[in-house]
Design a protein around this ligand. Structure first.
Ligand code: ZN
Length: 303
């Protein structure tokens, strides 16, 4: 997948606190688009972020091609597991809200797996997504309120406010995380909850893997939060954090095999050997495993 160099934009400042003070941490070649990204650590807030990002048009093309390609089709095999995971996350938010939510906005809704979970719970659903191909797939599932737009441009969509706003594995993909979160703040009901998860650059998993860290994907993952930088970013955007912590994920051997094949072919080999000697039933069984993801729930900070 080639992305023309005019779609690359260099970030001169930290993607969260806007400081220019930074140190180069990694140079990483993107096999997908054939260009190298420089990954920095902010000298002020400590955020690890990519200095090489895609313009809105470049991001639209990038995610369009990803959602049109075979890779996302492979992931679709695991939709049922994902929908189950989103359902339990939304039910937990419902308990925290203390009432049944009327409406949920899923930002970066992709092909609508979280929307499906919320709709099954009887909530009004709205999704926003940058990839036209993913939006079409969501709409084909019958979800009408799905908008194709950069996530920070929510104000242009006339969508009102929501009891729950979720961003599952999305914030680390955007080059303007502060703008996305502040746009989300403007569309959260006064007693609503924002819920998100991101990969954790300070996790043991990341520290052990170093530069081979699965989530260190140039041009795709642009911010690499840890609990401290995620909390600071949420506070900076006018949120009060209610919960922030590790978030186990349902992982099957089949899923692990497929993910590693894409991101870490060396580790994929022993996993494939193990999968070949185990019965199919064990390969597809999903266990809750800590894979270096942080989840956070926040509400509007009182002024
Ligand atoms: Zn910073």
């Amino acid at each position: 997948m080639q992305i023309e160099s005019n779609f690359i934009i260099e970030a001169e400042r930290c993607l969260s606190c806007q400081s220019v003070n930074r140190k180069l941490r990694y140079r990483k070649l993107s096999k997908l688009i054939g260009l190298e990204a420089q990954i920095f650590k902010c000298g002020d807030c400590g955020l690890v972020y990519s200095g090489s990002t895609l313009t809105d048009e470049g991001a639209t093309k990038f995610y369009e091609r990803k959602h049109s390609g075979s890779n996302y089709a492979e992931y679709a095999k695991f939709d049922a597991i994902k929908i189950g995971q989103f359902t339990s996350r939304y039910l937990k938010l419902e308990r925290q809200l203390g009432h049944r939510p009327g409406s949920v906005l899923d930002l970066g809704c992709g092909e609508g797996q979280a929307l499906e979970a919320a709709e099954n719970l009887g909530w009004d659903i709205t999704g926003v997504e940058i990839s036209p191909a993913a939006v079409e797939k969501s709409r084909n599932k019958g979800f009408k309120n799905v908008f194709c737009s950069p996530l920070e441009q929510l104000d242009d969509l006339g969508i009102g406010s929501f009891d729950i706003i979720s961003l599952f594995d999305v914030l680390d993909h955007v080059r303007r995380p502060v703008e996305v979160l502040t746009a989300a703040r403007r569309h959260l009901s006064p007693n609503g909850l924002l819920h998100l998860d991101v990969c954790d650059i300070s996790s043991i998993y990341s520290l052990l893997m170093g530069e081979s860290y699965t989530h260190l994907v140039p041009f795709e993952h642009l911010t690499f939060f840890d609990p401290k930088t995620l909390r600071a970013t949420l506070n900076r955007c006018g949120f009060e954090v209610l919960h922030l912590g590790g978030c186990p994920r349902p992982v099957s051997l089949d899923f692990l095999k497929m993910t590693l094949k894409t991101f870490n072919p060396i580790l994929a080999k022993p996993v494939e050997l193990l999968a070949n000697i185990l019965p199919n039933k064990l390969n597809s069984m999903a266990l809750q495993i800590p894979v270096g993801i942080i989840s956070a729930t926040a509400r509007l900070a009182s002024v």
